[in-house]
Design a protein around this ligand. Structure first.
Ligand code: UD1
Length: 435
């Protein structure tokens, strides 16, 4: 177990480079398990969740060869089991993509229920109902025994699927299962997140026929073979980029964040401009700064599926709202229980009350260093941000949760002048709380 110790109240300045997208690469690695030939994946972030997924893929029989920093050659041709029962499946949420991938490869898939329930009920009923419509059996809730899902299909048939809730996971999983199905599958009310487009682009580069990813209607024409044989570079991580933008904002620093896609950041940049920050941007960079005499305006955020404001930036943005003068509101519309970190922020001086799905934030707050917990990945990132803004020393316990999604976070923060170090701690880490 590990902690971060932060000496706050510095004003970071300089440059940060963003790594490959965690949620995109996890989908792409699962998708690679369906290929009929090898492929190369570039810009793979070295984070705990990716290491777990690579290990799971290896236990299925895939050959994974590191070629250089962040580049892996993946050969799935020797995969010899449809059973994803490596214990790490229970640790990461994105292991659910192996259901779609193994169902495609073997017409059957056996897997532990994926981890993750720390911000509310996290069903996968939409994934299973979609598989059922494509011809799979074993997809009812009552079929799940001892936490293990076992699905089989004589044949995967193209079909019409309407998702009654916009779900990132279900959209990608059904896209995977449709890729080699017989006929055409149409997924309506699909999620539109950048990593959905990235998984579709990866599959198309490897021989699939997927159209409409990034819109609410995705059309997948099943192909008999996915030859692979190409190299594919993962998109930058929208959430990591947003976290560093907010790091600059909450410290009144001046930081340029490189290797991001500015379009993906619009839901954040528009709010930062409204609050009074300066935003400059180019093709693949954004600079965040603030004039010395500016008092930040309060504002309201509502999380929603892309292109709305991402729920995975909600805890970090709440720290930013603490800097504005007056009352701001943060509405959490995706998850039922994603304000568990608020008492940790309160212990650093925040004045926030939660009314149902809304946090009422009163600012400006002068954070004071304290000992706080990283209750999950993004809540942990929010604690780091508050620690950077705070007077005095902040210790963030269970910081290993943050390592799941942020490559070289200490190095990157130190590179812009933050004082942050890693220390060991004794606290228990609950590995089932994964994004
Ligand atoms: C993914 C992300 C997670 C992010 C979330 C929303 C990964 C690995 N995780 O999670 O970081 O917070 O998108 O952007 O990419 N739902 C159902 N039935 C289902 C599936 C989902 O009702 O079968 C509901 C959920 O309860 C939730 C909403 O749909 O209210 C969105 O969930 P979803 O988009 O599926 O999230 P994940 O894919 O689990």
């Amino acid at each position: 177990m590990s902690s971060y110790r932060i000496v706050g109240a510095k004003r970071p300045h300089g440059d940060v480079n963003i790594s490959g997208s965690k949620n995109a690469v996890l989908g792409i690695l699962a998708a690679a398990m369906m290929l009929d030939g090898p492929c190369t994946i570039e810009n793979v972030p070295d984070i705990v969740d990716v290491r777990a997924m690579l290990e799971i893929c290896e236990t299925l029989g895939a050959k994974i060869t590191p070629v250089s920093d962040g580049t892996y050659e993946i050969d799935p041709t020797k995969i010899n089991t449809f059973e994803a029962t490596n214990v790490k499946v229970k640790n990461i949420r994105a292991s659910y993509y192996l259901l779609g991938a193994l169902l495609t490869r073997f017409r059957k898939a056996t897997m532990y229920m994926p981890g993750g329930c720390n911000f509310g009920n996290r069903p996968i009923d939409l994934h299973l109902k979609g598989f059922q419509k494509m011809g799979a059996k074993g997809t009812r809730a009552t079929d799940i025994r001892d936490g293990i899902i076992r699905i089989v299909a004589d044949e995967l048939k193209g079909t019409h699927i309407f998702l009654d809730v916009v779900s990132v996971g279900a959209t990608i999983n059904l896209m995977l299962a449709a890729t080699k199905a017989n006929g055409v599958t149409v997924i309506e009310n699909a999620a539109k997140e950048p990593h959905i487009v990235d998984v579709a682009n990866f599959l198309n580069a490897m021989g699939a026929n997927i159209k409409g990813a990034g819109t609410d209607t995705i059309r997948v024409k099943g192909v008999p073979v996915l030859p692979g044989g190409y190299s594919y570079s993962v998109i930058p991580d929208q959430i990591e980029a947003g976290t560093y933008m907010i790091a600059a904002a909450v410290t009144r620093g001046d930081v340029t964040i490189h290797n991001l896609i500015p379009k993906h950041m619009e839901p954040l940049t528009v709010k930062m401009l409204e609050m009074g920050y300066n935003i400059e941007q180019g093709d693949d960079w954004i600079r965040v700064s603030i004039d010395d005499d500016v008092e930040l305006e309060p504002t309201n955020f509502k999380t929603s599926p892309y292109p709305g404001f991402p729920t995975d930036l909600q805890p970090q943005a709440t720290v930013m709202l603490c800097q504005a003068r007056g009352l701001s509101r943060m509405h959490e519309n995706v998850w039922d229980n994603r304000f568990q970190y608020i008492p940790e922020l309160q212990s650093m001086g925040a004045t926030i009350s939660v009314v149902e799905k809304m946090a009422l934030v009163n600012g400006p707050v002068h954070f004071s260093g304290a000992s706080v917990n990283a209750l999950d990945l993004r809540a942990g990132a929010a604690m780091v941000l508050a620690g950077l803004a705070a007077d005095g020393v902040t210790t963030v316990y269970s910081a290993n949760r943050i390592d799941r999604g942020y490559e070289k976070i200490l190095e990157k923060l130190r590179g812009i002048g933050a004082e942050i170090e890693h220390i060991d701690d004794e606290l228990e880490h609950n590995p089932s709380e994964e994004e």
